[in-house]
Design a protein around this ligand. Structure first.
Ligand SMILES: Cc1cc2nc3c(=O)[nH]c(=O)nc-3n(C[C@H](O)[C@H](O)[C@H](O)COP(=O)(O)OP(=O)(O)OC[C@H]3O[C@@H](n4cnc5c(N)ncnc54)[C@H](O)[C@@H]3O)c2cc1C
Length: 324
């Protein structure tokens, strides 16, 4: 059994860890292990393995980028799935291109970012993705998904729902802008960058803020935000607001989004510990591996948090982290 890399720092193993350096090599692996349980993984920064994996984990070692087309104002860049997402952001920002700068310092790789629709500071991957190239696990055939075909939603895509476990992302094509397109209205970004920053200045501001709020993956184990922010119907929100006038909220399609971090903090969980797992004291949305946590510690802590939020607010919060 081979140890599975994962940012939570869980001691979990897989029967086979298979890394491929070309699409042909991926197809060979798919044929070789046909009939076995198989799954694509990136850096393991959004995964909670609940135990050892009795199958084959496939990981891309393809990390190139290439320009596929451009106009006076835009440039389409294809990045291979195994490239570290933050390296791609650093490369594009260094060229003065706009689009990825708000996604600075998010752990993980390009392939997963298109599956997860990663987002931060008012930007989501779906805002810049124009196509996702994949290989079908069933027959090794290539299928290219347009942005619309990916059915993107909040930390969601077709690859997490209808087509879960069926396609391996091999590369992602992004359309970036050569002309300024700053998105600064989220958090305190504009206060740090001013109104006319360069992409590099936005990247630096985002990175600095994230470092203050989130645990560094090589210091404290975590998978980032453990829960998604819930969206509640407007009537339920009005009733809650009457009871909790300071409750933060954002109007979104289909209702009102309430920060899960606020709900969790109100329930008294900030800094609380269960076995080796803990609610991060600087950001209660994050569960951390404080001291040799087991998957069971994390799952029990997460369950208890969900239950107490449900009991107090009648709101269901769901994990953002993928349980395997
Ligand atoms: C400290 C910290 C901060 C974070 N902050 C943010 C944030 O601000 N915003 C945000 O959105 N996320 C955030 N995350 C979560 C995480 O960074 C993202 O979900 C990231 O996209 C995961 O990338 P990964 O390569 O580690 O994927 P993994 O965790 O290995 O996999 C995630 C999912 O993608 C699938 N997958 C991976 N690669 C492929 C592929 N090539 N083809 C098909 N499926 C694939 C896996 O099967 C799995 O379902 C944070 C995590 C941490 C630890």
């Amino acid at each position: 059994m081979v140890k599975i890399p994962n940012t939570f720092g869980m001691d979990v193993r897989t029967k086979v860890w298979a890394e491929y350096h070309s699409v042909d090599e991926l197809r060979t692996l798919l044929s070789r292990y046909r009939g076995e349980q198989m799954m694509a993984v990136g850096a393991g920064s959004n995964l909670l393995f609940t135990g050892d994996y009795d199958g084959v984990l496939l990981h891309s070692a393809m990390r190139d980028t290439q320009v596929v087309s451009q106009t006076d104002t835009t440039i389409d860049i294809e990045a291979q799935a195994g490239l570290v997402m933050d390296d791609l952001v650093a490369q594009t920002v260094a060229q003065g291109l706009w689009g990825l700068e708000n996604l600075s310092y998010i752990p993980g790789e390009v392939g997963a970012s298109a599956v997860q629709n990663v987002g931060a500071y008012g930007v989501e991957a779906k805002d810049v993705i124009i196509a996702v190239k994949t290989i079908a696990i069933a027959d090794g055939n290539e299928r290219v998904f347009s942005n619309a075909e990916c059915h993107y939603g909040y930390r969601d895509s077709i690859f997490k729902n209808q087509l879960k476990g069926q396609y391996i992302v091999t590369s992602v094509i992004y359309r970036l802008s050569k002309t300024p397109k700053p998105v600064l209205d989220y958090g305190h970004l504009r206060a740090v960058t001013g109104d006319t920053p360069t992409p590099q200045q936005v990247r630096e501001a985002v990175t600095t803020i994230r470092r203050q709020k989130l645990p560094e993956v090589n210091e404290i184990g975590s998978a980032g935000s453990f829960f998604k922010n819930p969206v509640v119907p407007t009537e339920q929100f009005q009733a809650l607001l009457a009871q909790y006038p300071t409750m933060p909220h954002f109007a979104v399609e289909g209702g009102v989004k309430i920060p899960a971090a606020w709900l969790i903090e109100q329930c008294g969980w900030k800094g609380k510990r269960l076995g080796g797992a803990q609610v991060y004291d600087k950001q209660p949305l994050v569960l951390v591996n404080a001291d040799q946590a087991t998957p069971q510690d994390v799952m029990t802590l997460a369950e208890q948090i969900c239950q107490s939020v449900k009991t107090r607010f009648n709101i269901t919060i769901n994990p953002e982290v993928n349980y395997i």
